[in-house]
Design a protein around this ligand. Structure first.
Ligand SMILES: Nc1ncnc2c1ncn2[C@@H]1O[C@H](COP(=O)(O)OP(=O)(O)OP(=O)(O)O)[C@@H](O)[C@H]1O
Ligand SMILES: [Mg+2]
Length: 532
């Protein structure tokens, strides 16, 4: 197994001089060197050939002993020095001080085909940032992280990738529902891959400590390697470059959030330590997928009372998080204007991009123009009717593509036939609800009939925007239950399914189904805790 190692982060930025994993505050440093824990009996459970190829690995490497040892933490790649990054963060709206990679360990950076990738193990043991926890991860949460990273990538959502999932052979104690019933679970490690794992909190911790020298070093480093176009344009004016950097992060974050809302993804813990400066989705913890279309829904039990991170709040929370990043970068510039301008632009652009995305989900085209008022009305009314009775988001939008321009909505319920499978209980639709749906469909059909486009063409366009298959909460749980019994076939099957989420895949139609009743209140299917 050969990787083209080209480390930069741990070469160019200041290191913590202490080399033990003793828990501590780490100052004037961007990271600490650490050694991954050696697992007792590592076993490869699933690997992604496509990510391996992206890194320059051969498919045959995946089955080798070296691969198993390196990506379970048992062997350090020659010439590399693994490290944990120092960062802080705002958790649920409050400043939490130093957090850092408590169980993530960066192995190395790899250069392949002109691109740089950082390899990071999650769950490979203690670091100076582990605080009161053990540095480990369990199979349950690792299956979720591994499958969802790849599913999101194939949905077209910016995300960290996942190279592989291994179990360590060690047991890990976890209290899943924080109710005083801890149990032993199977330990696991995932290898994540991203351009870098620099987070909003990486800057916040340095600003909070007023360590402007390291803050500037980190900002310069990030711009130099990850936003080189900004450096090129602002050679003579580094202050301006920090503002441009912030602007670029705002725009990438915006893109990521619009995608989340498009596919019905709820992150669950949008703390600033879980926000990537690349606009990648990072930290697949208590995330979930909207099943019934309910903007108030959050899967995270820790957030049950405040619902800060519910689906409908995600755009606003991203803005709040960006404001924290602006505060952290401000001392480097000393002028609030560029930050305010970028935040304002985020809001303006967001509302336009969001409406356009929603319009595309119902098949409207605007030939590069913003949606007009009538279309906005159509979109907002849909939001209301979707919530009349429990209606599956993914299934509804996918089936909506089957509606014909010639449909007759004047009487009866038949006009709902194309989308009827999206309703959890079609019997619960009252006459009044039917009339609301009828009103919406009449407007919708009027709008569709303003266009010359054929039903087939519109359907094709809509099916590229509305996935057929997403990693429903209960589906992930089925894969976890099987993996817990040693059977990884469902992980492999779901990985294949989710590689092509917009395709019909008739042979896998059983996964195009509403959440079954048994999963409605089952832990892991509708409620997720942060215990992972
Ligand atoms: N089992 C654990 N051992 C040590 N530290 C942990 C553990 N679980 C979480 N942490 C730390 O607690 C903080 C918040 O955790 P959070 O759940 O956001 O992250 P995470 O799931 O561990 O990781 P990441 O953000 O890297 O995906 C982070 O500093 C994280 O490293
Ligand atoms: Mg995290």
């Amino acid at each position: 197994m050969r990787l083209n190692i080209h480390d930069r982060f741990n070469q160019e930025l200041p290191a913590d001089p202490v080399l033990t994993p003793s828990r501590r505050q780490v100052t004037e440093a961007a990271f600490s060197f650490v050694t991954p824990r050696v697992p007792s009996a590592p076993r490869l459970r699933h690997a992604v050939t496509e990510v391996a190829e992206m890194l320059g690995l051969a498919p045959t490497d995946l089955n080798g002993d070296t691969f198993r040892r390196v990506f379970s933490g048992g062997e350090v790649i020659a010439g590399t020095r693994p490290y944990a990054m120092c960062y802080g963060g705002h958790q649920f709206g409050n400043w939490a001080g130093q957090l850092g990679d408590g169980r993530a360990i960066n192995l190395a950076e790899v250069e392949h085909r002109g691109q740089h990738w950082t390899l990071q193990l999650k769950g490979a043991g203690e670091t100076p940032y582990s605080r009161t926890a053990d540095g480990l991860a369990v199979l349950r949460s690792s299956v979720r992280e591994h499958l969802c990273s790849e599913a999101m990538h194939h949905l077209g959502v910016p995300t960290t990738r996942s190279l592989c999932l291994l179990t360590t052979g060690d047991q890990v104690l976890r209290d899943v529902m924080y109710d005083g019933n801890p149990e032993m679970e199977t330990g696991a490690v995932v290898c994540r891959v991203a351009a870098s794992f620099i987070r909003f909190g990486s800057f916040e911790i340095l600003a909070a400590r007023n360590d402007l020298a390291t803050l500037r070093q980190l900002a310069d480093y990030t711009i130099r390697h990850h936003y080189p176009e900004i450096q090129a344009e602002n050679q003579a004016d580094t202050k301006a470059s920090y503002g441009h950097f912030f602007h670029a992060v705002c725009q990438r974050t915006l893109t990521m959030i619009v995608h989340w809302q498009r596919v019905g993804f709820v992150h669950g813990v949008m703390n600033t330590d879980n926000m990537s400066i690349h606009g990648d989705t990072i930290d697949y913890g208590p995330y979930g997928w909207l099943e019934g279309f309910d903007p108030d829904w959050t899967p995270n039990t820790t957030d049950r009372s405040h619902r800060r991170y519910q689906f409908g709040n995600q755009p606003k929370i991203a803005l709040w998080n960006l404001l924290q990043l602006a505060n952290a970068l401000y001392p480097l510039v000393g002028d609030a204007a560029p930050f305010q301008a970028a935040l304002q632009e985020y809001q303006d652009d967001f509302s336009r991009e969001y409406t356009n995305m929603q319009a595309s989900k119902i098949g409207l085209t605007h030939a590069n123009q913003a949606a007009n008022e009538a279309d906005e009305e159509l979109i907002s009314q849909l939001d209301t009717v979707l919530q009349l009775t429990e209606t599956d988001m993914t299934i509804f939008f996918r089936l909506l593509a089957d509606v014909r321009k010639s449909s007759n909505v004047s009487a009866g319920r038949d006009f709902l036939a194309p989308v009827i499978d999206a309703f959890y209980d079609p019997e619960s639709l009252t006459d009044e609800m039917i009339e609301q749906w009828r009103a919406w469909f009449s407007l919708y059909l009027q709008r569709l009939n303003q266009s010359e486009e054929s039903d087939a063409m519109r359907r094709e366009r809509m099916n590229r925007v509305n996935p057929k298959y997403v990693l429903r909460n209960y589906i992930a749980q089925l894969a976890i239950d099987a993996a817990d019994q040693g059977d990884d076939s469902l992980i492999a099957e779901l990985y294949e399914l989710l590689r092509d989420p917009y395709a019909e895949q008739p042979e896998r139609q059983k996964w195009f189904a509403k959440r079954p009743e048994w999963a409605r209140h089952k832990v892991g299917c509708s409620m997720l805790s942060c215990s992972s």
